[in-house]
Write a protein that binds this ligand. Structure first.
Ligand code: SAH
Length: 369
């Protein structure tokens, strides 16, 4: 590629140093892709589609893309990398959960998880480097937020995980429950989910895609206005503002009423039932009277409560309740007509369970690991 050609090329959405990644290329508009390929002396749209198809099939080595002319394959090898992210760590848990620590060209790191269960393969996606919400029980926010992930970086998480699958496996579900607050990065997340959902992308059913939020009312209403068919989960975690303010600090700015009203609006506009997530922390929000109060708060709403017993985060003082209290909490809700289940813990032995994901800087805090 000559310098002259390079100067004609549109800016690729890469952060930091390193050659442009082809996944980043898929996030460009068709016009940008066209001019890029024209600068390489190629007819564009066909080539982009061909390369995209190879990626979707799991082939990311340009040399193996046999329907691309050898000359162009050479140019691709010389000028691009398939992914902008590097896998720094790949951990496997005893329950077949796998976790990747990915590093982007600007050295920022995130974690992405693959969970397996009864023929399902679920990817837990991160949307930010760190998290700015500061929930007191969660590892991801210990060091605050550093930046949003770009659309193509979220796409890369999916493609990197996809490469771990065994023959016959496919990504069936996505939960946006990794590091970060998804609704604080909605504009970059949605194109990545739409691509994952589309037939020319990963073809994952929209009904199997869940976005989990700490509960940002304005953003929930904005998401509802896009009329996307995705499932919404709201991290309620407490039956009263008094308790919620203590464990989900952002609540002081929003208040439970607005969170619940926004969730109700999402439900009405989307026609999809909202799930309320409720972490159970021993002695904080796990008593039967908390369940009674929660049932009262949710009465009259079509809702499902997903109970998440606290997962240990080293350096944090909280405890997981005893099994008996978890069951009592669930039954107290059910007796009051509130549908409730307890979330299965996945990947705890590799710190891949809910709330255990962190970036490398946080991992390095003495005493935090
Ligand atoms: N920012 C999003 C996604 C967070 S992760 C949100 O707040 O919903 C998904 C769920 O795991 C959230 O409900 C989150 O509150 C919960 N979680 C965080 N830390 C946890 C921990 N240590 N144990 C159990 N659940 C935790």
């Amino acid at each position: 590629m000559t310098e002259n050609n390079l100067s004609k090329m549109p800016l690729l959405p890469v952060v930091g140093m390193g050659p442009p990644s082809l996944v980043g290329f898929f996030a460009l508009t068709e016009i940008e892709q066209d001019s890029f390929f024209q600068a390489l002396g190629e007819r564009s749209s066909l080539r982009v589609k061909q390369i995209h198809r190879w990626f979707i099939q799991g082939v990311t080595d340009f040399r193996l893309m046999t329907d691309i002319p050898a000359g162009l394959r050479g140019k691709l090898v010389d000028n691009f990398v398939p992914f902008s992210s590097k896998i720094l760590l790949h951990s496997k848990a005893t329950d077949a959960t796998e976790k990747l620590l990915l590093e982007f060209p600007d050295k920022k790191q995130i974690e992405t998880v693959l969970m397996r269960e009864e023929g399902r393969a679920t990817v837990c996606l991160s949307t930010q480097v760190g998290c700015g919400m500061g929930c007191v029980f969660c590892a991801s926010g210990l060091e605050g937020v550093q930046r949003n992930l770009q659309t193509h970086e979220i796409q890369e998480e999916l493609l990197q995980i996809r490469a771990l699958l065994q023959p016959g496996e496919r990504i069936s579900h996505i939960v946006v429950m990794g590091m970060g607050e998804p609704l604080a990065n909605l504009e970059r997340l949605l194109p990545a989910l739409d691509w994952a959902n589309s037939a020319s992308g990963l073809g994952i059913s929209a009904r199997n895609i869940t976005i989990s939020t700490v509960g940002l009312p304005k953003k929930i209403i904005e998401l509802a206005s896009y009329k996307k068919p995705y499932h919404l989960a709201v991290s309620l975690h407490a039956p009263t503002d008094l308790i919620r303010n203590q464990i989900v600090p952002i609540n002081e700015q929003v208040g439970m009423k607005d969170v619940l009203d926004a969730a109700q609006q999402y439900q009405e506009i989307s026609g999809r039932q909202v799930t309320y997530e409720y972490i159970l922390i021993a002695g904080i929000n796990d008593q039967a009277h908390h369940a009674v109060e929660l049932a009262r708060v949710l009465s009259g709403r079509q809702s499902h409560v997903n109970l998440i017993p606290f997962n240990q985060v080293k350096g944090l003082p909280w405890q997981r309740p005893e099994e008996d209290s978890i069951v009592l909490f669930r039954e107290t809700l059910r007796q009051r007509g509130v549908s409730a289940t307890v979330r299965k813990r996945k990947g705890a032995d590799i710190d891949a369970a809910c709330g255990q994901l962190r970036r490398e800087a946080a991992r390095a805090i003495p005493g935090a690991v």
